[in-house]
Design a protein around this ligand. Structure first.
Ligand code: CTP
Length: 410
């Protein structure tokens, strides 16, 4: 069972860490909670012990014969600090060892994930910015805080990301060492990426639409992975049923026409565009202003017209250098691998993108499922195949983007 140490620093968001412990245990992780003394002012030791199933202490002088200040860090597969306050980040960056948690941070050799939460002013203070930079240089992974309501009436970046977001990142760092390395290296740092996700809807009348079954899970996983690897991320979101990760900008869209408008507007500033959205290919020729009524004939004739091919038009419109990398997706019902490749290559040529992520959906539904199997192709070859959960698949897609950019630079 993978061993996670959850460090909890003294901030009001400590209460949200209770949910993180619960979810990590439910998903099969062994969790040891190491709070700071100040964290216990917000949530008591009994709560942490009950939720984790392990005893809890804050200092280095409890059970000294077992040398917990060294053992807990050494034995961990992942250390997560959530919330990481400004003070905890400062102590970690300075290499202090003045309580059990900072001792654990100095003895851990596994990936360490800091999840900051503090007031916006503190997050943006040059001291905190420098401490985060120091921790990142040393190989720690520091998530971005979410934006939104903080304690009191303040609004801004500094909120602890949602427990589901923290658990998704922690699980992917544990399950996927290549993702942990990429997150440590921040190999997408400085890149502006736009990811479209979800499924568009074409209105028939005020209450009905033509839509599709896309949950947006793969797009959300792509956004989370890109953010973790240091990219600046905008999600163009079409009816997502998954919550978005912290630290990304969002543009909400509904129809394929809205999608086209948003992508066109965002294209000039982007280094990478990923079209993970399931865009409706057809839209009603007319949207009825009034609710469509049954006319007694037993049928309803709908006249549909083709929507704009957003991916194709983005590919046609790009300029460079440096060349923008454009990634498309294709869910195909192929007979076998050769058939999938033939369909994929034809689509890639038609769309004019650099990479196409192929899914064979003939065996069963991919939509809304946690796992996925993909083949990524470029105009010349199969770049890679990957399967696993959508987080792992997302990281392989970014690996392919990084490889494409490196190829073009050389
Ligand atoms: N796409 C798009 N605009 C559309 C339809 C699809 O940009 N109007 C994008 C999707 O986001 C996806 C890629 O194009 O990245 C391929 O989608 P797919 O539906 O497989 O492409 P189609 O051109 O509709 O191909 P087919 O004829 O097989 O339906």
């Amino acid at each position: 069972m993978p061993r996670i140490v959850l460090g909890v620093a003294g901030g009001i968001a400590a209460y949200k860490a209770c949910e993180v412990v619960r979810r990590l245990r439910e998903s099969g992780h062994d969790v040891t909670v190491v709070p700071t003394e100040n964290a216990l002012a917000f949530v008591g030791a009994a709560t942490w012990a009950a939720l984790s199933g392990h005893p809890v202490s804050t200092g280095v002088f409890t059970d000294v014969h077992q040398v917990p200040h060294v053992r807990i860090g050494q034995e961990a597969d992942l250390v997560v600090v959530a919330p990481a306050t400004a003070d905890l980040l400062a102590r970690a960056a300075a290499g202090r060892a003045d309580d059990l948690l900072t001792n654990v941070l100095l003895t851990a050799r596994c990936p360490v994930l800091f999840v900051p939460a503090m007031h916006t002013e503190m997050w943006q203070h040059p001291a905190t910015v420098a401490n985060v930079a120091t921790l990142r240089e040393r190989g720690a992974i520091v998530m971005d805080p979410a934006s939104g309501r903080l304690t009191g009436a303040d609004i801004g970046p500094g909120r602890l990301p949602e427990p589901g977001d923290i658990v998704a990142v922690a699980a992917s760092l544990l399950a996927d060492p290549a993702a942990a390395d990429a997150a440590r290296a921040r190999d997408l740092r400085g890149l502006r990426v736009v990811v479209s996700a979800g499924g568009t809807r074409e209105p028939l009348d005020p209450v009905r639409f033509l839509g599709n079954a896309s949950s947006g899970r793969q797009g959300v996983a792509l956004a989370r992975a890109a953010r973790l690897r240091g990219a600046q991320v905008t999600v163009v979101a079409a009816h997502l049923s998954e919550p978005l990760p912290a630290g990304v900008d969002v543009v909400q869209v509904s129809s394929t026409a809205d999608l086209a408008e948003a992508m066109t507007r965002l294209q000039p500033e982007a280094d990478v565009l990923v079209m993970a959205v399931a865009a409706a290919d057809f839209t009603p020729a007319e949207t009825s202003a009034a609710k469509i009524k049954k006319d007694g004939s037993g049928t309803l004739d709908l006249q549909l017209t083709e929507t704009i091919d957003v991916l194709g038009s983005l590919s046609a419109r790009r300029s460079g250098p440096p060349r923008q990398v454009i990634v498309g997706f294709a869910a195909e019902t192929a007979k076998d691998d050769d058939d999938l490749l033939a369909l994929g290559l034809a689509k890639l040529a038609r769309k004019g993108c650099d990479l196409l992520v192929l899914n064979n959906v003939s065996g069963g539904a991919v939509f809304g499922q946690p796992d996925n199997t993909i083949t990524i192709i470029d105009p010349d070859r199969v770049v890679l195949t990957a399967s696993g959960d959508k987080a792992a698949v997302a990281h392989r897609i970014w690996d392919a983007v990084v490889a494409t950019r490196t190829q073009e630079d050389s």
